[in-house]
Ligand binder design. Structure first.
Ligand code: ADP
Length: 398
């Protein structure tokens, strides 16, 4: 079965074509466009290229297209990308303005261009469907909650992949299989020994998720991807009262405050240097105190959330790092895990320094009770796998 993964960023369009089977995935080709304003034109060009390069006889030979949709109103999971999905994206376009309209356009384009090709949406919120109400709700009036304001959580595809991969690395096939079947069969009952994972996705956008026996129990991101850890240029957690206070004192509107919190905050806002963790680290090493503060605030926030999940799960067997910063910045990983010997975390400095550049590896010492691992993120592959599972199950039922 061939599966095309369409990744519609706020300014880019990337795609990968996979050949999927029960035995695994192989990537047939990939490509993309930068500084995109017209997704429909990009999709047309991509389909032309796929045919011209001989990957497809025509666009209709695609078996399925997968979309990494972000946030839907009253809808989540891995589902057919039909009108229900379009309505759900429309319903929350104010909360995810950079993503929802782009995905809606992409889905509509495939709907018109090749209506016979199966379209599947994997929501970034899907992994958090089973988080308990006590952890998912904000303490706000019911009229606010009725609007759908609650903790959703994001990076679901990435954290779910970590749930599956850590279970494989820990030789816990029972948990790995539970994770594989999660979106097609639901969680079911689980009676095995506990497997508790603290998953740190640290990239341009970052989050920490607690995973108990393959299920997310909560995550650092809440209602929107602006929450949780300080992000590249987005604020992360902020006391709600700061917004009306800043609006009054600075004489700015709510829209201006939103623009500042979503574009000029986070690591960029704190450091005043860049939204890129490498530039910030270099500036900090050169003595820039604000850059040092940004770096330290990121580490502090990761520890804050990791500590929260450690406490809620009553311990952990695995701490995992993924994405650009998590996969490459050994100094940051060591700082996140510093002084945790009493909790059972001991990093092996040589092993830690050796894992970077998209490599998988264990970075904890042999006598560390908790295993600390680095696992490369591969979002497109994750989406292709979920789409394959979704379509294969649907076909098996029909
Ligand atoms: P996105 O969320 O945009 O997909 P990535 O997962 O690619 O982001 O992560 C991007 C972040 O990773 C950037 O802040 C970048 O500086 C950081 N990064 C990439 N390589 C390194 C490195 N060698 N050391 C530290 N940070 C790195």
């Amino acid at each position: 079965m061939n599966v095309l993964v369409a990744n519609l960023g706020s300014t880019s369009f990337k795609y990968r074509l996979f050949d999927m089977s029960e035995a695994g995935a192989s990537m047939l080709t990939s490509g993309g466009f930068e500084r995109v304003s017209d997704y429909t034109a990009c999709i047309e060009k991509m389909l032309e290229d796929l045919v011209a390069e001989g990957h497809l006889g025509s666009a209709d030979e695609l078996d399925a297209v997968g979309f990494k949709t972000v946030l839907g109103k009253d809808l989540t999971g891995c589902v057919d990308a039909d009108d229900r999905v379009l309505d759900a994206l429309e319903g929350f376009k104010e909360v995810a303005p950079a993503h929802n309209p782009a995905y809606a356009e992409g889905i509509r384009c495939f709907q018109q261009r090749c209506p016979g090709v199966r379209r599947v949406a994997l929501f970034e919120t899907a992994f958090y469907q089973w988080v308990e109400a006590a952890a998912a709700n904000y303490a706000i009036p019911s009229a606010w909650r009725d609007l759908g304001i609650r903790r959703y959580g994001f990076h679901g595809a990435s954290h779910k992949f970590i749930a599956e991969r850590t279970a494989e690395l820990m030789e816990r096939e029972d948990v790995a299989e539970r994770v594989r079947q999660l979106y097609v069969q639901g969680p079911g009952d689980f009676n095995g020994a506990p497997l508790r994972v603290i998953s740190c996705h640290l990239g341009g956008s970052s989050s920490v998720t607690g995973i108990h026996n393959g299920l997310a129990i909560g995550t650092s991101m809440g209602f929107s991807p602006q929450s949780g850890l300080p992000q590249n240029n987005r604020v992360g957690d902020l006391d709600a009262m700061a917004i009306p206070y800043a609006c009054k004192m600075l004489g700015i509107t709510v829209d201006e405050a939103e623009a500042q919190l979503t574009k000029q905050s986070g690591l960029l806002g704190l450091s005043g240097v860049s939204n890129d963790a490498r530039d910030i680290r270099d500036a900090a090493l050169a003595g820039n105190a604000d850059a040092q503060l940004a770096n330290d605030a990121l580490i502090d926030s990761i520890r804050h959330w990791a500590g929260s999940f450690f406490f809620k799960m009553g311990g952990a067997e695995v701490i995992s790092f993924t994405a650009g910063i998590g996969e490459n910045d050994a100094t940051l990983r060591a700082a996140v895990c510093a002084n945790l010997q009493e909790l059972g975390v001991i990093i092996d400095p040589a092993a830690n320094a050796a894992v970077r550049g998209g490599k998988e590896g264990v970075i904890s010492a042999a006598n560390s009770r908790i295993k600390v691992v680095v696992i490369p993120a591969n979002e497109e592959l994750v989406i292709a796998r979920e789409v394959f599972r979704h379509v294969a199950v649907g076909d098996a039922l029909s």
